[in-house]
Ligand binder design. Structure first.
Ligand SMILES: NC(=O)c1ccc[n+]([C@@H]2O[C@H](COP(=O)([O-])OP(=O)(O)OC[C@H]3O[C@@H](n4cnc5c(N)ncnc54)[C@H](O)[C@@H]3O)[C@@H](O)[C@H]2O)c1
Length: 323
């Protein structure tokens, strides 16, 4: 079972699971995910159950006979700034509910997809798994709480728990508008609409960006590994890229003649620097993210152009014009 499997990363994880021969059931309330994201996966036999992970009865019914839960359902970071209680309930309560249902149904393994946001802003570089958890947002705190719930369930009950901490992922199906929108699709959508990308702060903040199909390979590899049960593992490329660099690459790739980035106030709680130490994943999973930022952005731009050419661009991207 994949919770949150109709979302951005979740839909790639579902496709990866199908590729390695798994039977997949997705539970998703479609609050930010879409059935459209799962079109290819449903055609290959994945089954979508529309529902909330906080619904214990639903989970009990759907989990009977499952061997693995990959828990990815979440409310996103920006939503947590406006609605912190909702973020707590979706992310922390949702994780405990899902893990306890897995215990009740005798599921062997619970894999919790946490986030680099649980670390907060880096105090040591690069960030290995023993970096302290100092979240700067309710989202980050709720992701950290979910980790502790998963690990406490492993100590208290008969279930294996693994914590995966992806860093920023990007690629096809990433949200481009509304409060789920991430920096790369937002910049691209604005440039395509003839508008300047807007950088919050001075643009020197860095993130470690991983091509989403590689993130999915890492998450599924972590789920299959016995070596990291009971531990946390970073899934990331291990390359710091600034927001200003992203804007320059995209302006260049989208040939936005004359357009320049605009600058606005810093966002509250924004972490300044994130850079993963991906050594544990390399050593224990043989996982290495190969796609560098320029190549990934080229692939992403090609995907955007193909969608636009097919007249298949989601209306959310067109809505960017109205910001
Ligand atoms: N996007 C990133 O760069 C990134 C980085 C680190 C970690 N993560 C983690 O990866 C996971 C997936 O993130 P994403 O970027 O794909 O986000 P997303 O918003 O695209 O996916 C989350 C999915 O969860 C669903 N959902 C939300 N609340 C639910 C609930 N109560 N019950 C059932 N479904 C619910 C949404 O509809 C959506 O499909 C999350 O756990 C997130 O914390 C993401």
């Amino acid at each position: 079972m994949v919770t949150g499997g109709a979302g951005f990363i979740g839909s790639h994880v579902v496709e990866r699971l199908l590729a390695v021969g798994a039977d997949v059931v997705v539970i998703d309330d479609l609050s930010t995910g879409t059935r459209r994201n799962l079109a290819a996966a449903e055609a290959q036999g994945a089954r979508l159950v529309v529902g909330d992970v906080r619904n214990a009865d639903l989970l009990d019914a759907e989990l009977a006979g499952a061997s693995l839960v990959l828990h990815m359902a979440c409310g996103n970071l920006r939503a947590s700034l406006a609605e912190p209680m909702d973020s707590h309930e979706r992310n922390a309560t949702g994780t405990l509910t899902a893990c306890l249902a897995a215990v009740r149904q005798g599921v062997g393994r619970f894999v919790y997809v946490s986030s680099s946001e649980a670390y907060g802003s880096a105090v040591t570089f690069p960030m290995a798994e023993d970096h302290p958890l100092l979240p700067t947002t309710v989202y980050g705190a709720a992701k950290a709480a979910g980790e502790l719930y998963a690990q406490a369930c492993m100590r208290r009950y008969d279930i294996e728990a693994t914590v995966v901490r992806p860093f920023n992922s990007y690629g096809p199906r990433e949200h481009s508008s509304g409060n789920s929108a991430e920096v790369i699709p937002k910049f691209a959508a604005r440039i395509l609409a003839g508008l300047p990308p807007v950088i919050f702060g001075d643009g020197s903040q860095t993130r470690d960006f991983t091509w989403v199909e590689e993130t999915a390979v890492g998450i599924v590899g972590a789920a299959a590994s016995d070596a990291i049960v009971g531990q946390a593992i970073n899934i990331a490329r291990g390359e710091g890229v600034s927001v200003a660099q992203l804007s320059e690459h995209l302006l260049d790739l989208l040939a936005a003649n004359g357009l320049r980035a605009e600058y606005d106030d810093e966002r509250p709680g924004d972490v300044m620097h994130h850079l993963a130490d991906p050594s544990r994943a390399r050593q224990l999973l043989g996982f290495e993210a190969q796609v560098g930022i320029r190549e990934g952005l080229e692939r992403y731009v090609a995907w955007l152009r193909a969608e636009d050419a097919a007249g298949d661009a989601p209306t959310e991207r067109a809505a960017v014009r109205n910001w």
